[in-house]
Design a protein around this ligand. Structure first.
Ligand code: M6R
Length: 579
């Protein structure tokens, strides 16, 4: 559970089969559950457990999983959302069932009980569940009438079974079990399985027919994992410091593109990039890189909106779904919609064996190693680097991208240099720690960085931050500017310096504070800015990779100074597996 905690950490619980079910639940993170289990031990060799990111009902002990059925026969944990749970709840209420929690999970476990009592078979009941439940979900339950076994099922949300030497494991994330087993079975969509303590594993399709399954060896995973655990105070800080190494790994060879080698990019007349959050910000930069290099139009779409926008798609489109985790439901669903309409869809992910890698025909891999901190840092810069490499590969004769692979080699050194300057960034955060609002502005390559800087600050420090294209300032947001509303001007790129100077002047003449990110040697903006963050002079395309470091550090130090939970910001989860 501790290894899954980064995916949800507002409450947790465990149910162990012994003569009946021992159930222990607690509000808060896993350490609170540990304390609870110490005072109420849950002995046994077969059980289920859960760490929650609330979707239905506030995070408290009652809403925490596992949930018991009314008779106490079944205990169940669940990820995802049952869209039609209200309808089922009404039906069950009429049938005499009662509910203690606000969750769709408690409805699910009681519907299971209801179906079992009507079909007298757990197997048939699960088939019915998979046929009737709407939404994207995965569940796992124990049955007091079948001691020594666990049932699991999925539709949309992932489940992986680990084959250990003496036992079976099941998890929503391979990461949690990979040290315990070197073989895994990824449960197919709309399938369910029965796991027994004698290591018998039976897999069924949604009709309840026995189904064969593929056992995968997991050694491949170790390649991209960072085994060195430095002694950083925060996982996020460790991941920020890993970035030069990640970039070097990407530059070492091009094997992360091996699955897409067969694609003939010249046949595509348009590329559509889909993503959410930080991955969407990476897409905004990727658009510039690919358009400049390949002169193919690139459209960036928020994955969560794409599905609802009646998109016009052509057979000559290529869709790239960008997802660090490979599990973001909004991105997956958008990709599947395009794929189901006959469009070529590939993924770009940091998570080998994730749903995106198994569902799409090909992926580009980021090699960033597992990212645990909820705020994406090293995966973001890895995304930028992978897209820059792709852009260089796609360069045509009329390419506007003059960048060459050799120049990319400079990036890790720039990053290391900027990481050395952490104390300056910490001092800056200390100066601004009482400020409640920030504006981030940038032009060209620096506008997506303004978005990313604002997202990171909000997420880590809970401070309000907005991002605008620098030129847009005068069209409205300038009204916000006063001495208490500082403006982060991201102006490390050389090509827009005069325009950026004008933006700085607009802010200064309204008594605003300007924190400017500038290339070494820039003097004019520096002379009017209140604070300056320097980055080395480099080609504009590389500026986002370098400027990521001070932006990430500023957000992290703001969070530390405000006493925030840096690695697990409130209300969030690492993989958002619900739409
Ligand atoms: O795993 P994904 O890249 O699909 O995640 C998308 C967003 O949820 C994610 O980038 C989120 O915005 C981060 N927590 C930002 O730091």
């Amino acid at each position: 559970l501790k290894k899954l905690e980064y995916r949800g950490y507002d409450s947790a619980g465990i149910a162990v089969l012994n003569n009946g079910i021992t159930l222990v639940k607690s509000k808060g993170n896993i350490s609170a559950l540990e304390t609870a289990v110490n005072s109420k031990p849950a002995p046994g060799i077969c059980g289920i457990a859960h760490t929650r990111w609330a979707t239905h009902g506030e995070p408290n002990e009652t809403n925490a999983h596992p949930h018991l059925s009314n008779s106490g026969r079944f205990a169940l944990v669940h990820n995802g959302i049952i869209d039609n749970y209200q309808e089922i709840k009404r039906y069950l209420t009429e049938a005499g069932f009662t509910f203690k929690s606000d969750t769709d999970t408690e409805v699910l476990v009681n519907y299971l009980e209801h179906l079992v009592s009507h079909t007298s078979s757990v197997l048939t009941a699960i088939s019915r569940l998979l046929a009737e439940l709407k939404g994207s979900y995965a569940f796992s339950f124990v049955d007091t009438e079948q001691l020594g076994s666990i049932w699991i099922g999925r539709s949309g949300a992932p489940l992986v079974i680990g084959l250990g030497t003496k036992e079976l494991f099941v998890s929503s994330d391979l990461h949690a079990i990979r040290n315990e087993c070197d073989q895994a079975v990824f449960l197919e969509n709309h399938h369910f399985a029965h796991l027994q303590t004698d290591k018998t594993l039976d897999v069924y399709n949604f009709r309840g027919e026995k189904s064969s399954f593929e056992v995968l060896k997991m050694d491949k995973l170790s390649e991209w994992d960072d085994s060195d655990h430095h002694s950083y105070d925060y996982i996020t800080l460790k991941e920020i410091h890993e970035q030069p190494g990640v970039i070097r790994r990407l530059l070492l060879d091009n094997d992360h593109f091996s699955e897409i080698k067969k694609l003939n990019f010249s046949t595509y007349q348009r590329i559509i990039l889909l993503g959410c959050g930080t991955s969407l910000n990476a897409a905004l930069l990727a658009k510039r890189y690919i358009e400049d290099a390949a002169r193919i139009p690139v459209v960036v779409e928020q994955a969560s909106e794409f599905k609802y926008s009646n998109p016009i798609l052509f057979k000559t489109d290529l869709v790239i779904g960008i997802s660090q985790s490979g599990e973001t439901a909004d991105t997956l669903q958008a990709c599947f919609m395009a794929r189901d309409r006959g469009i070529d869809v590939i993924g770009l992910t940091n998570a080998p064996f994730s749903t995106i890698t198994r569902e799409l025909t090909a992926c580009i891999y980021l090699k960033a190693g597992k990212e645990i901190g909820v705020a994406s840092t090293k995966a973001f810069t890895a995304q930028l680097m992978a897209f820059l490499q792709l852009a260089i590969m796609l360069k045509t004769d009329d390419s506007l991208l003059s960048l060459k692979t050799e120049q990319l080699q400079l990036i890790p050194n720039y990053m290391e240099d900027l990481l050395q300057r952490s104390p300056e960034i910490e001092a800056l955060a200390n100066k601004y720690k009482h400020v409640n609002h920030f504006l981030f502005i940038g032009r060209g390559h620096s506008f997506p960085m303004a978005q990313e800087g604002a997202l990171k600050l909000k997420e880590l420090s809970y401070v309000h931050a907005e991002a605008y294209q620098a030129a847009e300032l005068k069209h409205g947001p300038l009204a916000l500017v006063d001495p208490s509303f500082p403006v982060f001007l991201l102006a490390g790129d050389k090509s827009n310096e005069q325009k950026n100077l004008a933006s700085a002047n607009e802010v200064k003449s309204r008594n605003g504070n300007v924190i400017a990110m500038l290339r070494d040697g820039e003097q004019e903006i520096a002379s009017i800015a209140d604070d300056v963050i320097r980055i080395p002079e480099m080609p504009d395309e590389l500026v986002p990779l370098a400027s990521s470091i001070p932006l990430q550090l500023f957000s992290l130090y703001m969070a530390v100074l405000k006493g925030r939970n840096v690695d697990q910001p409130r209300n969030l989860a690492k993989s958002v597996t619900v739409e």
